[in-house]
Design a protein around this ligand. Structure first.
Ligand SMILES: Nc1ncnc2c1ncn2[C@@H]1O[C@H](COP(=O)(O)OP(=O)(O)OP(=O)(O)O)[C@@H](O)[C@H]1O
Ligand SMILES: [Mg+2]
Length: 447
């Protein structure tokens, strides 16, 4: 799908004609804001953006889009004579540029080229995932008895094709476990395909999982196989499974039972051969009791459960994790030797509500801020600087606030301070972006 971001209706009309003739679906937006909204809502693959648009312009739009949707490609339309701007745009991640006024042939050629390249993306994704598969336990770190039990379980289930459900708090490594199950198994050369059930709207998840046939909706110029079909002996990783809509829960159950799927708009059933690994940080039992998750699907997915321990239950692994992250993030030219004893004591005392992800962020931040060869207490975030405990919130100034309220304020404030940059906010808060999106959705519902 193509988005034309230009405030000139004539330009939009021309672009639409050319793009539709190439079989693309086309959306239009006249302002930067509208463009961002559209891209957040619809599955846009390509954006043709005018450099001079009201409210921000194409360059700002380019940056926002590339940050929030790195897989999306942007072609900038620039006025004649602004070659420097065009070069700058490419440097900042634009796919290509088009000098205005342009010839139709030129526009057609650039669009065609981009479309051809985008068609490769699903295959690229499979290759990329394969390249990331490492030997051992996919980068899982920890030697505590609790982790050793996890490694044994991973090894065992990796040799079978049973569905696995991975549960654990946010940041405990569920995704790493899913990867190692796949890459330690006999089908490691088959695709590992992650799907984020919280990140997309249900209709998009449906076409992602089940695929669609040519003509399924206006502009579906060709058919596209779903990930369930493309797995072909590989693993489908359903992340944040608790967020799957009731309708899709039913469809997924049926697909897993019958080992067949019907692509959107299709009549024929396609056989599937896929291993399913699902993960959630939610209490699925509670979700079932609340009627938000189907019990029959739960039984199907939960043949084996792997429950990841929170970091506070395996604190003996903290020094090793710290060491690994110091190596990972420090500048090879100026290696950081370690932590002061006091700083390490603070880390050992914290409760780590954000688990390994939070610890990873703390170390990365300390290295970014600190100057010397040793990380000191002052390089840690303020909540870790008081000896009492990292888990205690700032002293209540307006009476006691429930934790949930504190969390809500922290999230909303951070997002606001960062001008709405949710990716960065999630990073700084030490939570996953899907967790952040989900929480923001919850606050919206409350309001
Ligand atoms: N045992 C571990 N060893 C090394 N790194 C880990 C470990 N657990 C988590 N991490 C790191 O912490 C970060 C979060 O891990 P991951 O994405 O697997 O968590 P998650 O359980 O899926 O969290 P969420 O529920 O928020 O999605 C990643 O950067 C990962 O590399
Ligand atoms: Mg995750």
């Amino acid at each position: 799908m193509l988005l034309v971001a230009d405030d000139d209706p004539a330009v939009c009309a021309v672009c639409r004609d050319v793009a539709e003739a190439l079989g693309l679906r086309v959306l239009e937006a006249g302002t930067t804001e509208r463009s961002v909204e559209t891209v957040d809502r619809e599955r846009v693959d390509l954006v043709l953006a005018d450099l001079r648009m009201p409210s921000g312009g194409g360059m700002a739009l380019l940056e926002r889009l590339k940050q929030a949707h790195p897989q999306l490609e942007v072609i900038l339309m620039t006025g004649y004579g602004s070659v420097e701007t065009a070069v700058e745009a490419i440097k900042r991640g634009a796919y290509d540029y088009l000098a205005k006024p342009f010839h139709l042939d030129d526009l057609r050629a650039k669009l065609q080229h981009a479309v051809k390249e985008l068609e490769l993306t699903s295959e690229n994704r499979i290759l990329r995932e394969q390249a990331r598969g490492q030997p051992g336990f996919g980068g899982l770190i920890g030697t505590s008895p609790k982790m050793q039990r996890i490694y044994k379980l991973i090894l065992k289930v990796s040799q079978s094709r049973h569905p696995v459900l991975i549960v654990g708090e946010s940041g405990t490594g569920k995704e790493l476990v899913a990867r190692s199950i796949h890459f330690l198994g006999p089908n490691r050369d088959k695709p590992f395909l992650p799907v984020d059930c919280a990140g997309l709207v249900p209709t998009l998840i449906e076409s992602e999982l089940f695929g669609y046939v040519k003509g399924a909706f206006t502009g579906a110029g060709r058919s596209k196989p779903g990930l369930l079909e493309m797995a072909r002996g590989g693993t489908l990783f359903l992340d944040e499974i608790a967020e799957l809509s009731p309708d899709l829960q039913a469809k997924l159950l049926r697909a897993l039972q019958e080992k067949e799927i019907k692509p959107v708009g299709g009549t024929e059933r396609v056989p599937i051969e896929v291993r399913v690994v699902a993960a959630t940080n939610r209490d699925l039992d509670q979700a079932i009791r609340d009627g938000r998750f189907r019990q029959d699907l739960y039984y199907r997915l939960n043949v084996v459960t792997i429950k990841l321990p929170p970091l506070r239950e395996r604190k003996s692994d903290i020094p090793l994790l710290v060491h690994t992250f110091l190596e990972r993030f420090s500048d090879p030219a100026r290696p950081v030797g370690g932590l002061s004893e006091e700083a390490m004591a603070r880390l050992m005392n914290s409760d780590w509500p954000g688990n390994v992800r939070e610890l990873e962020n703390v170390i990365e931040r300390a290295l970014a801020l600190g100057a010397g060869p040793v990380v000191h207490t002052v390089d840690l975030p303020s909540n870790l600087q008081s000896p009492a405990s990292g888990a205690s919130p700032a002293p209540p100034r307006e009476g006691i606030l429930p934790l949930r309220e504190l969390e809500k304020r922290a999230i909303l404030q951070t997002v606001e301070e960062l001008g709405g940059d949710k990716l960065l906010a999630a990073r700084l808060l030490g939570i996953g972006k899907t967790t952040l999106y989900r929480k923001l959705k919850e606050y919206e519902l409350e309001a």
